[in-house]
Write a protein that binds this ligand. Structure first.
Ligand SMILES: CC(C)(COP(=O)(O)OP(=O)(O)OC[C@H]1O[C@@H](n2cnc3c(N)ncnc32)[C@H](O)[C@@H]1OP(=O)(O)O)[C@@H](O)C(=O)NCCC(=O)NCCS
Length: 384
């Protein structure tokens, strides 16, 4: 009797290829040689996007040209705008969630991109910039449609982060809100072979095109075990609040957590396949979000205090720590962003990592085609 070959469930620990883009270690997260805390403190999202897509830190003139190119690409083709007019109807009647609308928009953007079928390095970079520039406009217009408002056109005098918030609301964000959004985008931009990036590389490895690979990546990011965790984490905190009432009563919080443990529930925004001692991005975003909450008032501080109590119980009793999605949920809530847009905003950032990986795959390709250990029926005859 032969036993099935050894396999790695969930591909845990498997090194699938080499990459020069990002290094995820227990002790550090590094984008092209720069550590994440360094980038969060000193680099803008546009600088990080340039670093990831083009491969080096931009000088002043490179950065200006890059920003100008992005600004010039912010408008959407008319066909996409017409489609997005129906976003409110689809979302408000629960036929779709914003991640579905964004996935379809990315796919249709491919039909309208003159470089769609061209996988050359030059065409891929042009497409990556267009996607990076247009995704915030998709999110903004979609939110306008959900709220029954006219589309808010992109502005050419605002940063990527400020323009995203402006288009979603019609109001120019404060410099503080712009900064928090910008840092969250820096933190979300890249994370080596996570599920959505791996998806994009599998598609690219067949010589599929960038829009197809990104469409698949958006679908992968939607899941609660991956990018969807930022929405799920906030939903979980709202559930706890509903169950325990307005005060952060320690006994009630502990009771809620023990019930969740007894039911073997996965707590959203906690745990990570690689980071077993904590996610380096989480404390950076937590500190910024908490500061924003203190500026906004008691309700928001109490939300962070609830989150901190949950974190402490998870750490003390399970030695499981928050990932970046946990503080993200609380932070975006404090900023007044509607919960179903948290994961689309993640896309507005991770598009940089995905496109960098798709370009790296196309530049040095071998089709990704692993094997599986067969455990089905033994050989048998159809006529027996
Ligand atoms: C991120 C995640 C998918 C990683 O999955 P993974 O590497 O397969 O980790 P495992 O599921 O093997 O977890 C190892 C152990 O920790 C537990 N665990 C991991 N994350 C947990 C969580 N969020 N809540 C409760 N227990 C958790 C598992 O139940 C498992 O316990 P066991 O050994 O007693 O069965 C997982 O931690 C998770 O589902 N987290 C919640 C979703 C989330 O926040 N995703 C965003 C990731 S950035």
């Amino acid at each position: 009797m032969t036993s099935a070959p050894v396999h790695a469930k969930g591909l845990e620990g498997v090194i699938a290829d080499e990459s020069a883009i990002c290094n995820v270690e227990q002790t550090a997260l590094i984008y092209r040689g720069y550590e994440i805390a360094d980038l969060a403190a000193h680099a803008s999202f546009e600088e990080v996007a340039f670093l990831l897509l083009i491969g080096h830190k931009p000088n002043a003139s490179e950065l200006k040209a890059f920003k100008d190119e992005l600004i010039a690409e912010r408008e959407l083709p008319e066909m996409i705008k017409q489609n997005l007019k129906h976003a409110g109807e689809l979302v408000n009647n629960k036929y779709a969630v914003p991640m579905d609308i964004l996935r379809t928009a990315v796919s249709v953007l491919g039909h309208l991109d003159p470089d769609c079928q061209d996988n050359s390095a030059e065409a891929n970079l042009r497409k990556a910039k267009r996607l990076l520039a247009k995704i915030p406009t998709v999110i903004g217009h979609m939110q306008n449609s959900i709220e029954g408002r006219e589309f808010v056109a992109p502005r050419s005098d605002l940063s990527h982060s400020a323009n995203l918030l402006y288009m979603m609301t019609g109001s120019e964000p404060s410099p503080e809100a712009e900064k928090v959004m910008d840092v969250s985008l820096v933190l979300y931009a890249e994370h080596d072979y996570n599920a959505s990036t791996f998806t994009s590389r599998v598609i690219a490895s067949t010589l599929g095109d960038m829009h197809g690979a990104v469409t698949g990546a958006v679908a992968a990011l939607k899941g609660k075990l991956h990018g969807g965790a930022n929405e799920a984490a906030m939903d979980m905190l709202s559930d706890i609040r509903n169950d325990i009432g307005p005060d952060n009563d320690a006994a009630k919080i502990t009771g809620w957590m023990h019930k969740a443990f007894a039911e073997k529930r996965k707590l959203m925004g906690f745990g990570h396949r690689v980071y077993k001692n904590g996610d380096h991005r989480a404390p950076i975003l937590h500190a910024l979000g908490r500061k924003a909450a203190e500026a906004r008032g008691e309700e928001f501080v109490k939300l962070f205090e609830l989150g901190e109590a949950v974190q402490k119980i998870m750490a003390d009793e399970k030695t499981i720590y928050p990932n970046v999605d946990f503080p993200c949920g609380m932070t975006y809530f404090t900023m007044g962003i509607p919960v179903p847009q948290y994961t689309p905003i993640f896309v507005a950032s991770r598009i940089t990592g995905w496109c960098a990986h798709i370009m790296e795959q196309h530049a040095n390709n071998r089709i990704i085609r692993p094997r599986v250990a067969y455990i089905g029926p033994a050989l048998r005859n159809w006529n027996d």
